[in-house]
Design a protein around this ligand. Sequence first.
Ligand code: HEC
Ligand code: HEC
Ligand code: HEC
Ligand code: HEC
Ligand code: HEC
Ligand code: HEC
Ligand code: HEC
Ligand code: HEC
Ligand code: HEC
Length: 375
Amino acid sequence: MKTGRTRGLIRRPPGRALTLCLVLLAAFLGAMAARAQDDLRCLGCHGKPGFRKTLPSGQVLDLFVDPTPLRLSVHKDLSCVQCHADVNEVPHTTMPQRVNCKRCHYEGNTMGAPQTSKYLEFDKSVHNLALLAGNTKAPLCQDCHGGHFILSGSDPRSRVSRRHVSQTCGTCHIQIYGQYMESVHGKALTMGNKDAPVCTDCHGEHDIQGPKVASSSVNPANVANTCARCHSKIVIMKKYGINAEQVSTYKNSFHGIANEFGVLKAANCASCHTAHNILPPDDPRSSVNPKNIPKTCGRCHPGANANFAKGRIHVDPEDRSAGIVYWVALGFKILTLSTLAGLFIHIGLDLFRQVRARKSREAVLPARPTEENEP
Ligand code: HEC
Ligand code: HEC
Ligand code: HEC
Ligand code: HEC
Ligand code: HEC
Ligand code: HEC
Ligand code: HEC
Ligand code: HEC
Ligand code: HEC
C-alpha cells in the first residue's frame, strides 16, 4: 500500500503538483482581488479624504475611512461588507446599522473567530442586560474594542490592554474614572506600574456585574477576596513597603467575622477605604486618615469620634506595634501557657506520688502472696 502510493505520486506528471499550487495561489489572489474590488466599491466614496455629510440637524458626519488601520488589525482579511453586512447595494440608500460582532463571535463559530466562553459571560453581564432592557448608553462590543483598529488585548496599543482599558471604561463612567485616576492605584498605573489594579482587575472583563449581584466580584461578600488577590501577596506588597497582613487582620476582625457570617452591612475594605478614591492613610484626603475617621466610621456608627479607630483597625496581635492588643494577646498567651503548665505539673506530681505510694506498698508487702492475702 505504502510503496504503491509513493510510486503513484512519483509517476504523476511533475506539472500536476505545480498546477495545483498555481490554482491555489490564483484562488487566493483572486479572493484578495475580489475583496479589494469589493472594498473599492465602498472606498470610491468613503476612501476620499474629507468625505462627509451634513445632516438636516446641522450635525456633520465624518464618513472618510482610512483602510490602513483595518489592514493592520486582527481583521486584516475581512472585507467591508463582512462587518457592514446590511450594506447590500452600492450606493446604499439607507443609513447602515451599527455592526453586529456576534455574527462571527459566538462559541462554535466556523468563521475562525476565537472560541471562548467570554461571549456567554458578556451575555449575562450588567452591560448586556442593560442593552436588552433598551439602554442605548450600554456598551456594544465595539465600544470597548474599537471598530477598524481592533487588536488582541495582549497588544499594548489595544483599547482593552491593561494600559488603556481603564480609559476605555472611563469614556462612559467619567466620574469614577476621575476618582480612580486620583487614587493610589490610578497614580501607580500612570507611572507604568504593572501591579496596579485597573478597572477589569476588580470588575472582570466580560463578566461585569453591579455590587448588588451576589456573584459579583464587588459584592460586599466578595470585596475582601478581590483586594486580597494583591494585598495578601507578600511578593507584591513587599515592593511597596505595604503590610500584606491587612486581609488576614480584617478577616479576624469584628467586621470580617460578621461579613463571613453574612452580615453584609458590616464594613468591608471598600466601606472604609472607598472603592475608587483609595489613598494611603497618611494622605489627609484619605477616608482612613485620622482626620476623616469620624465621617468614615460615622456612616454606620453614629457619634463615632476621632478616637473611635484608636487601637488601630488592622491589628495583628502578633505584632508588638499593635500596642494594647499585643500586650493583651501576650497576656492571654502567658495565662494559657501557665495554666497548661500548672495542669501538667499537677498531673506529673500526682503520677509521681502514686508511683511512690505503690513502691512503698510493694516494699511493705511480702514478695509472694500468701493465702491470707488472697482476695
Ligand atoms: C456613493 C457613495 C457611497 C458609496 C459607494 C458607499 N457609501 Fe456608505 N455612505 C455614503 C453616505 C452619503 C453616507 C451617509 C448616510 C446616508 O446619507 O445614507 C454613508 C454612510 C455609511 C455608513 C454609516 C456611517 C455612520 O456614521 O454611521 C457606513 C457604515 C457605510 N456608509 C458603509 C459603506 C460600505 C460598507 C460601503 C460599500 C459596500 C459603502 N458605504 C459605500 C456614501 C457611500
Ligand atoms: C471588523 C468589522 C469592520 C470592518 C471589516 C469594517 N468596518 Fe467599518 N466600522 C466598524 C465599526 C464597529 C464601526 C463603528 C460604528 C459601529 O459601531 O457600527 C465602523 C464604522 C464605519 C463607518 C462610519 C464612520 C467611522 O469611521 O466611524 C464607515 C463609513 C465605515 N465603517 C466604512 C467601512 C469601510 C469602507 C470598510 C472597508 C474598507 C469597513 N468599514 C470595514 C466595523 C468594521
Ligand atoms: C466576519 C466575521 C467577523 C466579524 C463580523 C467580527 N470578527 Fe472579530 N475576529 C474574526 C476572526 C476570524 C478573528 C481571528 C483573526 C485571527 O486570529 O487572525 C477575529 C478576532 C477578533 C479579536 C481578537 C481576539 C484575540 O485576542 O486574538 C477581537 C478582540 C475581535 N475579533 C473583536 C471583534 C469585534 C469587537 C467585532 C465587531 C466590531 C468583530 N470582532 C467582528 C471574525 C470576525
Ligand atoms: C466593557 C468592555 C467590553 C465589552 C463590552 C466587550 N469586551 Fe471583549 N474584552 C474586553 C476586555 C477588557 C478583554 C480582555 C483583554 C485582555 O486583556 O486580553 C476582552 C477580550 C475579548 C476577546 C479575547 C478573548 C480571548 O479569550 O482571547 C474577544 C474575542 C472579545 N473580547 C470579543 C468581544 C465581543 C465579541 C464582544 C461583544 C459580544 C465583547 N468582546 C464585548 C472588554 C470588553
Ligand atoms: C481596587 C478595585 C477597583 C477598581 C480598580 C475599580 N473598581 Fe469599580 N468598584 C469597586 C468596588 C469594591 C465597588 C463596589 C462599591 C460599593 O459597593 O459601593 C465598585 C463599584 C463600581 C461601580 C458601581 C457602583 C457605583 O459606584 O456606581 C461602577 C460603575 C464601577 N465600579 C466602575 C469602575 C470603573 C469604570 C473603574 C476603572 C476606571 C473601576 N470601577 C475601578 C472596586 C474597584
Ligand atoms: C459605552 C458606555 C460604557 C462602557 C464603555 C462601559 N460601561 Fe459600564 N455601564 C454602562 C451603563 C450605561 C451601565 C448602566 C447599566 C444600568 O444601570 O442598568 C453600566 C454599568 C456598569 C456597572 C454596574 C453598575 C451598577 O451600579 O450596577 C459596572 C460595575 C460597570 N458598568 C463597569 C464597567 C467597566 C469595568 C467597564 C470597562 C471594562 C465599563 N463598565 C465600560 C456603560 C458603559
Ligand atoms: C491588582 C492588584 C491590586 C488590587 C486588586 C488592589 N490593590 Fe491596593 N494596591 C496595589 C498596589 C501595587 C499598591 C501600591 C501602589 C504604590 O504605592 O505605588 C496598592 C496600594 C493600596 C493602598 C495604599 C497603601 C499605602 O499605605 O500606600 C491601599 C489603602 C489599598 N491599596 C487598598 C486596596 C483595596 C481596599 C483594594 C480592594 C478594593 C485594593 N487595594 C485592591 C495593588 C492592588
Ligand atoms: C473598619 C474599617 C476598615 C476596613 C474594613 C478595612 N480597613 Fe484597611 N485601614 C483602615 C484604617 C483606619 C487604616 C489606617 C490605620 C491602620 O493601618 O490601621 C487602614 C490601613 C490600610 C492599608 C495601609 C497599610 C499600610 O501598611 O500602609 C491597607 C493596604 C489596607 N488598609 C487595606 C485594606 C484591605 C485590603 C481591607 C479588606 C480586606 C481593609 N483594608 C479593610 C480601615 C479599614
Ligand atoms: C458599612 C458600615 C460600617 C462601617 C463604615 C464601619 N462599621 Fe464597624 N460595624 C458595623 C456593623 C454592622 C457592626 C456590627 C456587626 C455585628 O454585630 O453583627 C460593626 C461593629 C464594630 C465594632 C465591634 C462592635 C461594637 O459596636 O463595639 C467595632 C469596634 C467597630 N465596628 C469599629 C469600627 C470602626 C473603628 C470603623 C471605622 C474605621 C467602623 N467600625 C466602620 C458596620 C460598619
